[in-house]
Design a protein around this ligand. Structure first.
Ligand code: PLP
Length: 393
């Protein structure tokens, strides 16, 4: 047992132990680098689980926070504020969907999507409320989003499970066609299942789902909390497939490190009435100002092209390493990639990497996941590959 580090004036045992944490305290971040209390430096290819899309403490976010904090931090969601309006407008303009509800976490955005689909089903599909979701999907940790997720074992933790979610295997369009019945209001999925180990839905499958949901008169909900805001080289992953969903949810990168998420819907799907949805912090000017700075940065000419180029480079370097060490496929898109290992414990590799000053994540016992800042440099990718090579047993 490694002793917990000491923090002046603090007792780490007061932090509810909901996850196992290594015995370090992080104190500073800059770009792709993170420093702990002892001064040790880490090359960060986790970035808060694909959250810090512009790296640690980027100047543009510090400036947005400082400027907005001088002007107005919170006025209550009962009133309009300028950053809220600007962010909603930017999301609407870029997504092809006209209605935006700002909130604080991915789970909250997805919970809102589920509520909206149920309301739409009540209004337009004779009371339909069921949602077809994917095995191994991940949509959050509220009771409804856990029920929508397809994580094995999750249905046994907090019974009774919220009803109304039907699971099918990712990629099987016939299974979706069979699962849609009179009680179905929507189909919901991640374009790339991140927490399941970076398992992509193909562009063809997304196009088939769009056609099928139109034909059967149900909504298509895409959870782009991990894939959205440039992570895969397009602002929204669904652009790769050339489709537009009825509802999309955004989080993580939208706030670049601050709690910000969005439920985005077409005008036709958007049917909340006053009182149906809300939240104390939703659309507060401080967080919304950050979202505006993020979207304006990611939309700069060449930014997304840079993500594609660096994603291809990272994929190539990982494939070379995999071939050298006898491991398996590299999968994913843009800067959301996984390396599949052969006869090797990915959790142990991730731990050994941390000892060497590299942060990578093992979402499955045999997969390593890479989700660096979208501003990562080619040189940092090379440094990562060298540190990773040294981390294998
Ligand atoms: N949906 C997806 C695809 C995610 O990857 C996550 C978080 O990892 C969530 C939803 C939940 O987001 P949050 O942790 O902000 O509630």
């Amino acid at each position: 047992m490694i002793a917990a580090p000491a923090v002046a004036g603090a007792d780490l045992r007061t932090i509810m132990p909901v996850t196992s944490r290594p015995p370090v305290v992080m104190v500073r971040g800059e770009g792709s680098w993170l420093w702990d209390q002892e001064g040790k430096r880490y090359l960060d290819f986790v970035q808060g689980w694909a959250v810090n899309c512009l790296g640690h403490c980027p100047a543009v976010i510090r400036a947005a926070l400082a400027e907005q904090a001088e002007r107005l931090i919170n006025c209550s969601p009962a009133y309009y504020n300028a950053p809220m309006a600007r962010l909603a407008t930017l999301i609407a303009e870029t997504s092809g969907l006209g209605q935006v509800f700002l909130c604080n976490s991915g789970a909250e955005a997805n919970e809102g999507a589920i509520k909206l689909a149920r309301k739409w089903g009540r209004r337009h599909r004779g009371g339909a409320f069921e949602i077809v979701c994917m095995d191994h999907g991940f949509h959050g940790r509220t009771l409804a989003t856990m029920a929508a997720s397809g994580k094995p074992g999750w249905d046994a933790i907090f019974p009774p499970v919220v009803p109304g979610f039907h699971k099918v295997p990712l990629g099987d369009i016939d299974a979706v066609a069979k699962a849609i019945g009179p009680a179905t209001t929507a189909v919901m999925l991640e374009p790339i299942q991140g927490e399941a180990g970076v398992l992509p839905a193909s562009d063809d499958y997304l196009r088939e789902l769009r056609a099928l949901t139109r034909e059967r008169g149900v909504l298509l909900i895409l959870d782009e909390i991990q894939t959205g805001v440039g992570r895969t080289g397009r602002l929204y992953h669904y652009e790769h497939a050339g489709v537009v969903p009825d509802i999309v949810t955004l989080g993580k990168g939208l706030g670049a490190g601050v709690p910000l998420a969005a439920l985005v819907a077409s005008d036709a799907a958007s049917c909340f009435e006053f009182g149906d949805q809300g939240g104390t912090f939703g659309g507060n000017p401080l967080m919304a100002a950050v979202g505006v700075a993020v979207l304006e940065t990611v939309r700069e000419p060449d930014f997304l092209h840079g993500v594609t180029v660096k994603g291809q480079y990272l994929a190539r370097r990982l494939a070379e390493l995999s071939a050298e060490l006898g491991h398996a496929e590299v999968r994913g898109r843009g800067l959301l990639l996984a390396l599949e290992l052969v006869d090797t414990d990915a959790v142990k590799v991730a731990r050994s990497a941390m000892d060497r000053g590299l942060l990578v994540n093992a979402p499955r016992p045999t997969s390593l996941r890479f989700m660096p800042s979208l501003t990562v440099s080619m040189d940092e990718i090379d440094q990562m590959v060298d540190l990773l090579r040294a981390s294998f047993p």
